[in-house]
Design a protein around this ligand. Structure first.
Ligand code: G6P
Length: 598
């Protein structure tokens, strides 16, 4: 939540910061702002709403002032926590003398006491944010100390989790630090970068340093920097990593939205998820075999892939397997012994609740395997074993391709535990081809669009499925809620008569997930029960059923792989309903892709 970008170098910082913000907007779009300093001028521009509002304002100013450029700059896209969505609350925040500018992701928990102390010393605050204490505190220390020492002293006094970048107008220096929130450093030919995520500067450099908690980086000039850890007090020489993601992967290209681009990438993503180092996969399979039980944790969509994992591991491996959304994990921890294996799944690798669950498990001596998309993310660094899902950058706030990649990897692990790794790879390749053909099928797409039109005016709908289709129903409901603002609820077919059926009226849309399995018959009975009470029943499955009001046919696959096959239709449905309703599918209201605050 909240995106940060900073640059010091030879190129125009205005352009670099604006480009960076465009890439980071998925982290929050309540407001955006930048501060750029050139030799004798400071430009501070903030706007509420999406980054494009800021861009428009920058262009307007550029038209009047052709000197709107600089060598150092910081920018921020905000997901509001403390203080409403106003320009005053937008970042960067600044000191009384307007020499210190700060962008921040996270929460300063002790900001009230710090603010009280600073107000007593005469500091004037202009926002309602927790962040604003940071530039004022640095300004206060600056009366006695250098910029570097003032920052260090300030960071040491902040409670909470955060990533911070500070720009000092007077010295033209930039300092950044992180504790719990993401911050990565980029090394370009022309200058240095700091950002919440790599795509923010990927078009300029793929050389990246992953900062750890407590690291403070100081840009001395366009090429030189010092990294010191504030906890160990040591100056560090950190590894420079070369990132394989390409800049094209992080751009929309010919597509109107990231969501559709990322759905179209699914066939490729399934194949890439299966590209695993055989040795590591084998070690993970052995850990599972040796464990007393397996417990999955994650949030949101990643949580649904964990639930699918729980179903698969319990039913097909016969292993004791648990799952909890990460924010509820502490309730289950007392029941886990040291021989439990924790599997944490996260696209970003930065979701705070998932990280906290992992830390709690590790404290108890439990081994952690994580399935992650973002290389170098915090989760990859605190886990004992890491398997990358290899989905490439996912920019749409709604998770689509990453879900399929997570499921594919979980299925591959299942096959590896069964000593059938190669069969798993083959099957994944096969389904990747089948989904590829489906996504190219014009009739199928036309059918989804037709259904989207029909559902664009409904207020609520229900989703029903049994067995392996149950996680899919939950993911369907989530995609419909977050993407289209339609109230959608998912139920296991068997739960229907325990309450839900009371809500069915004439015309209530119900999506029924079907697959070739022994549960198919019971699910069909549920569908008929709904229809006889007036529901408009929509089927998704391998064989068209004539009694349904609408049916989306997908290729027939075995029950395990229906976990993958039934998902793209509902992702597309969510996309096209959003378009019908005029919602930006990449940036639905109130959401952010990476939830880094509690
Ligand atoms: C947010 C996103 C979801 C995502 C969830 C978990 O809610 O909007 O799309 O599934 O976080 O994120 P993670 O990065 O841990 O998979």
């Amino acid at each position: 939540m909240c995106g940060i970008i900073a640059y010091k170098g030879k190129e125009n910082a205005v352009q670099i910061v604006m480009d960076g913000l465009r890439h980071l907007e998925y982290r929050g779009y309540d407001s955006a702002g930048l501060c750029v300093v050139s030799k004798n001028k400071t430009f501070l521009i903030k706007k509420t709403g999406k980054v494009e509002n800021l861009l428009r304002e920058v262009k307007k100013k550029q038209a009047h002032d052709e000197m709107l450029e600089g060598e150092i700059g910081i920018g921020h896209s905000r997901w509001a926590t403390h203080g409403s969505v106003t320009e005053a609350n937008a970042h960067p925040h600044f000191s009384c003398d307007q020499k210190i500018f700060v962008v921040h992701n996270g929460i300063v928990e002790n900001y009230e006491s710090l603010k009280e102390e600073l107000v007593k010393k005469g500091h004037r605050f202009v926002s309602e944010t927790d962040t604003e204490v940071i530039p004022h505190l640095i300004e206060e220390y600056r009366k006695k100390y250098s910029f570097v020492i003032s920052c260090e002293k300030t960071f040491n006094r902040l409670d909470g989790l955060f990533a911070i970048v500070v720009l000092d107008k007077e010295t033209g220096q930039i300092i950044g630090t992180r504790k719990g929130s993401p911050l990565v450093m980029g090394i370009g030919n022309q200058g240095l970068f700091l950002a919440s995520d790599i795509p923010a500067f990927l078009d300029k450099t793929n050389k990246v340093i992953f900062l750890d908690d407590g690291d403070m980086v100081h840009f001395i000039n366009n090429q030189e920097y010092i990294i010191r850890n504030l906890i160990s007090k040591k100056t560090l020489k950190k590894k420079i990593n070369i990132i394989k993601w390409t800049k094209e992967e992080a751009e929309k290209g010919k597509y109107p939205h990231f969501m559709i681009k990322e759905i179209k990438e699914i066939p490729e993503v399934i194949k890439k998820a299966a590209w695993q180092d055989k040795k590591t996969l084998k070690s993970v399979a052995n850990l599972i075999k040796k464990s007393s039980s397996v417990f999955f944790v994650a949030c949101g969509t990643a949580g649904h892939s964990c639930l699918a994992g729980q179903y698969l591991f319990s039913s097909l491996l016969g292993r004791r397997t648990g799952f909890s959304v990460a924010s509820e994990f502490k309730n289950f921890l007392p029941a886990l012994d040291k021989k439990t294996l924790l599997i944490a799944v996260s696209q970003s690798g930065e979701t705070i609740d998932t990280l906290e669950a992992v830390r709690m498990a590790k404290e108890k001596g439990i081994k952690v395997v994580s399935l992650v998309n973002v290389m170098g993310s915090t989760l990859t660094r605190i886990s004992d074993y890491v398997l990358m899902i290899n989905a490439g950058p996912e920019k749409c706030v709604l998770a689509t391709k990453s879900y399929l990649a997570q499921l594919s990897l979980i299925i591959l692990i299942l096959f590896a535990v069964l000593d059938k790794h190669s069969e798993g790879e083959r099957e994944l390749k096969k389904i990747s081809r089948q989904i590829g053909l489906l996504l190219e099928d014009k009739k199928f797409i036309a059918q989804i669009k037709q259904l989207a039109k029909k559902l664009s005016s409904v207020d609520h709908l229900f989703v029903i499925g049994r067995s392996y289709n149950y996680p899919t129903t939950l993911e369907t409901a989530l995609k419909i809620k977050e993407g289209c603002y339609v109230h959608a609820e998912a139920f296991a077919g068997g739960e229907l008569k325990h309450g839900v059926i009371a809500l069915i009226e004439k015309g209530t849309p119900c999506i029924i997930h079907l697959s070739k399995s022994e549960e198919e018959e019971n699910t069909l009975i549920n569908a008929m029960e709904l229809q006889s009470r007036g529901a408009y029943i929509i089927g998704i499955g391998p064989e068209k059923k004539k009694d349904f009001d609408f049916f989306i046919t997908v290729p027939e696959v075995s029950e395990i792989f229906s976990l993958l096959m039934n998902v793209p239709p509902i992702q597309l449905l969510s996309y096209y309903i959003a378009l019908e309703k005029g919602i930006d599918p990449d940036k639905p209201r109130n959401l952010a892709k990476s939830v880094t605050v509690k």
